[in-house]
Design a protein around this ligand. Structure first.
Ligand code: SAM
Length: 284
């Protein structure tokens, strides 16, 4: 057991400080005060964070901490902490550790008996989730999917039955491939693409994995929020195969698309659903 009464001990502290994800006004008073009081700031890219600190008129020694030097830098950070220095870790944007470096040094600092204190602030995951208009909880934050199509689709396959709203980070040059994979593996679902959050060109595109397939002009930083699988329960409890096909047709789908979708959701062949539908007296 490791109990940390963060503000009632004299152990050295590693602060995880959130920085803006775009709009520079999105920094907390506490984040600024913390960056002013620590002895040294570790960051991903000293040029990026240098500009940020300059903007708030904070002058502190800046050192790099990223995935490629994390072992070495963790040792250095621990030496600072042992020597009584207060250390802050920031990333290029948002919360450190959230699809960003930091986990390694947090683990090491905890093992070393140091305090680890979060100075919370903006993060793209919660910013996107709250504006998406999809059920905010439960949600599952995945971070980045793999860049290789086969691996990405295997990852999605493992998420297919999850009922939570799914949140992914994605880069603009992979966005269309990823949306294609979402449709291929998860079928038609509500999908929200939130881009350039908190910035001048912020845009929230609400649609489905079908309607967003070839969405044009999507540049910048982006988050995908995908509806969870609500079908499993609804199908079993409420609907027969035929009722489900009819419900989709009533929603505006062609019988062909409806059959395809029901087959996919229920792990049936298209032919099985086709036969059920066409042999029925109750098709609409
Ligand atoms: N630590 C950050 C956080 O707390 O959100 C995330 C860092 S991760 C390396 C960068 C990814 O976060 C981007 O590729 C994008 O998917 C998402 N992101 C960051 N800022 C964003 C913004 N302003 N609008 C939309 N997505 C953003």
């Amino acid at each position: 057991m490791n109990r940390q009464k963060s503000f009632h001990n004299d152990r050295p502290t590693l602060y995880l400080v959130a920085t803006p994800i775009g709009n520079l006004d999105d920094i907390t008073y506490r984040a600024v005060k913390t960056l002013q009081k620590v002895d040294v700031v570790y960051c991903e890219d000293t040029r990026v964070s240098g500009k940020l600190l300059q903007h708030y008129d904070i002058r502190k020694p800046l050192k790099s901490y990223h995935d490629f030097n994390k072992e070495l830098q963790t040792e250095e950070i621990l030496r600072h902490l042992e020597g009584g220095d207060a250390v802050a870790l920031i990333s290029d944007a948002g919360m450190p550790l959230v699809s960003d470096p930091g986990y390694h040094v947090v683990q090491a600092a905890i093992e070393q008996g140091c305090n680890v204190v979060s100075i919370p602030g903006p993060s793209a995951v919660l910013t996107a989730l709250t504006v998406a208009g999809l059920p905010p909880h439960p949600f599952l934050f995945y971070g980045f999917l793999d860049s290789k199509t086969s691996k990405r689709e295997a990852q999605l396959e493992a998420l297919k039955e999850r009922e939570e709203t799914l949140v992914f980070y994605e880069s603009p040059h992979r966005i269309h491939k990823t949306i294609a994979s979402l449709y291929k593996v998860l079928g038609e679902r509500d999908l929200v693409l939130a881009r350039e959050l908190t910035k001048k060109f912020e845009e929230i595109i609400r649609g489905t994995t079908v309607s967003l397939q070839d969405v044009p002009d999507v540049k910048g930083e982006m988050v995908l929020v995908v509806a969870g699988n609500s079908a499993a329960e609804t199908i079993e409890v409420d609907m027969t195969v035929l009722e489900e096909v009819n419900a989709l047709i009533a929603d505006g789908q062609t019988s062909k698309d409806a059959i395809k979708q029901v087959a996919k959701r229920r792990n049936l062949t298209k032919n099985e659903v086709y036969m059920t539908y066409h042999q029925s007296d109750h098709k609409e």
